[in-house]
Write a protein that binds this ligand. Structure first.
Ligand code: WTA
Length: 646
């Protein structure tokens, strides 16, 4: 992942960017030296009902553990994203929607139209019974109504929990139940790459497992046939016809919850990451403006899905808080052809494009012609997120896509962090392919060894963040003890990211990947424990251990070791059946890439599976398995090596 070359800040960026090198040094320095003053000043970028007088009030120590930002402030997030722009840019496009099928017409919403749509949606939710603090699960395709639904929740103070449309009915049910949602917002069907996704039918399967669920609001997206259960289900358009398009924004405390978003951890079921209103919005909006050097009027496209945090912060909240024009794309990068992303860029004259390394690697493989036949002259800045980008893909993005003209901001962050944390600022930081470079304002990254000793200088270790920042998650929904335990107990007094990281002699940070049992498949976070739980639910499986393996396109693939129950035969059919099984249990993104049938797993005498060995075998690195003498039965390793699935 190392690359010695440096791409200096282009001359025109040095002079024109909002933040140049000197200003970055000054602002970052001040953000650490005087956090109270710095953050109260930054907070002025939001529109407050009551302006806060205190910034951060937090402690990562177990005895006094708390995290608050701007706690005495009051605001409404939706009003910040819409209402305050009406006077100055009511007629400017807020959202451009590009449909899955390029033969169809895009849709555009001005800020004035967005205001009406969101108010109407908010009134529909109210009519369905939603109140401040209630949880609303949103299980939607990438259509404008998904953004309306998020903002409608924010407007009335309901807490949204978006569940990615690719998750299975079981996964959806688990997420509805964990936060006791009373309402689900969905669509008849989604569309991706010309294929239909049966969203409403999935909700129908999930609903019987969810006693808290009272109402299902269904947006008509494709017109496909669905069953409607009287009393429970209602069409959005029927309800919308009965309500007003004015809805006053609910005054919210800065620390009132804005949303829950489930993400995978190294153990147990997914965690409901909770973000609150003031600090999160400040973080999303400030990072969006500074990292992308966003200027009014620019067309900006974050090609993520609203089901992930990137979609929350950088399709909806950050850009809209900044009065930007944000593009929402319904489809996938390679349909109908590998030119699609670049065609969308040309069609809408996109200036800033933010996407994931996995998409770039998949497109790179198809050859440069798909890129070369498009113009891309509008592009000024490129971004990536979600996983480490290999220098080869970085160069391709820079040279072939951006024709050497566009800086690349490789932004490292997490669902937990709310927005970008370690990232280049395009006018301030020289780029090194594969490095997320330098910390954003207020961020103090540190590297520690396994015992928590602080490492200095050029070194490699575990990445921790030494102090709180406004966009930090505030708790795990329903389990505050798990929040502390997961992030603050490993290295007391610091937030542990779960990532490994190298710092070079220039103080640049290079994320090396997860050091826990989380794997990153095509930029999607997957807990190995989740896949294991799904596998052992199958009647023929006695035990399963899942690890990551290198994968050319996905970054990491899923490699599962499966021990079958006595009297069960291993076969190719069973292998396919198990892959399909996991797909149905969790969703297509969790499908194992390789399944190895293993009569035994390498365990210590106390019964703990030695994952280090399983990882090495999955990686094909069998020459350096390390010490296997502590295993209860060292001979299982030979069998595992001999039967490795290539
Ligand atoms: C990884 C996505 C290297 C990292 C916003 C992190 C990255 C996890 C980068 C969070 C990057 C994200 N370079 N690795 N630029 N961005 N990651 O919660 O391992 O879906 O911990 O948030 O993705 O994934 P999540």
């Amino acid at each position: 992942m190392t690359d010695a070359s440096i791409y200096p800040v282009p001359a025109e960026w040095k002079t024109k960017a909002k933040v140049d090198a000197a200003r970055y040094a000054q602002l970052h320095g001040r953000s650490l030296a005087d956090p109270g003053g710095f953050w109260l000043e930054q907070a002025r970028r939001l529109d407050w009902i009551k302006r806060p007088e205190i910034a951060g009030d937090w402690s990562f120590d177990e005895k006094d553990f708390h995290i608050n930002w701007f706690a005495d402030g009051k605001l409404n997030v939706a009003a910040n994203c819409i209402d305050r722009h009406l006077a100055t840019r009511g007629d400017q496009t807020a959202i451009i929607w590009e449909p899955d099928d390029p033969a169809e017409q895009p849709r555009r919403y001005t800020y004035a139209q967005l205001h009406k749509e969101v108010c109407r949606f908010a009134n529909v939710l109210k009519a369905a019974g939603a109140k401040k603090g209630d949880r609303v699960t949103i299980y939607m395709p990438m259509i404008p109504e998904a953004a309306f639904a998020l903002l409608a929740c924010a407007r009335i103070g309901a807490i949204h929990s978006v569940v990615f449309g690719g998750f299975s009915p079981d996964a959806l049910a688990g997420r509805i139940q964990d936060c006791d949602s009373t309402i689900v917002v969905t669509a008849d069907e989604g569309r991706r790459g010309g294929k239909k996704v049966p969203l409403k039918a999935n909700v129908d399967q999930a609903a019987p497992l969810c006693p808290s669920l009272e109402k299902v609001v269904v947006v008509r997206a494709t017109g496909g046939g669905v069953d409607m259960e009287p009393g429970r289900d209602a069409w959005y358009h029927d309800l919308a016809g009965m309500v007003a398009d004015e809805c006053p924004p609910e005054p919210m405390g800065a620390e009132d919850p804005l949303f829950i978003l489930y993400t995978s951890g190294s153990t147990g079921k997914p965690k409901g990451v909770l973000h609150t209103s003031g600090g999160y919005l400040l973080w999303a909006s400030l990072t969006h403006e500074i990292v992308f050097d966003y200027r009014p009027g620019q067309i900006y496209w974050c090609a993520a899905d609203i089901g992930w945090v990137t979609g929350h912060s950088y399709i909806v909240y950050g850009p809209l808080a900044n009065g930007a024009t944000t593009l929402m794309y319904e489809g996938v990068p390679n349909w109908p052809s590998a030119s699609r992303i670049w065609e969308v860029v040309d069609r809408h004259q996109v200036e800033i494009l933010y996407t994931a390394p996995t998409a770039l690697r998949a497109l790179m493989k198809e050859g440069d012609d798909f890129v070369a036949k498009t113009s891309r002259k509008s592009l000024k800045l490129l971004g990536t997120v979600g996983e480490p980008i290999n220098p080869e893909a970085w160069r391709w993005y820079h040279e072939v896509v951006g024709e050497g003209r566009c800086p690349i901001v490789d932004t490292w962050w997490q669902t937990e962090t709310g927005g970008a944390m370690i990232t280049p600022l395009p006018g301030a930081v020289d780029l090194k392919p594969g490095s997320a470079t330098k910390p954003f304002f207020g961020i103090e990254p540190q590297l520690v060894d396994g015992e928590g000793h602080l490492l200095s200088g050029a070194t490699e270790g575990n990445l921790v963040i030494a102090r709180s920042w406004p966009g930090q998650m505030r708790t795990v929904w329903g389990d505050h003890a798990r929040f502390f335990q997961t992030y603050f107990s490993t290295y007391p007094g610091k937030y542990f990211t779960g990532d490994g990281c190298r710092r070079d002699e220039d103080g640049y940070y290079w994320i090396t990947g997860r050091v826990d049992d989380v794997i990153n498949v095509s930029g999607h976070r997957m807990g190995t424990a989740e896949v294991e739980s799904a596998l052992v639910l199958h009647g023929k499986v006695a035990e399963a251990a899942v690890v990551g393996m290198p994968h050319d396109i996905k970054g990491q693939g899923i490699y599962a070791y499966v021990t079958l129950n006595a009297n069960c035969e291993a076969s190719e059919d069973l292998r396919s059946e198990l892959k399909q099984w996991v797909r149905t249990e969790i969703g297509p993104i969790a499908t194992p890439d390789a399944i190895q049938f293993a009569p035994g797993l390498p365990k210590t005498r106390s019964g703990k599976i030695m994952r280090r060995i399983l990882r090495k075998i999955a990686e094909g690195d069998v020459s350096s398995l390390g010490d296997t003498s502590t295993l209860a039965d060292p001979s299982v390793v030979d069998d595992l090596v001999a039967n490795r699935v290539a």
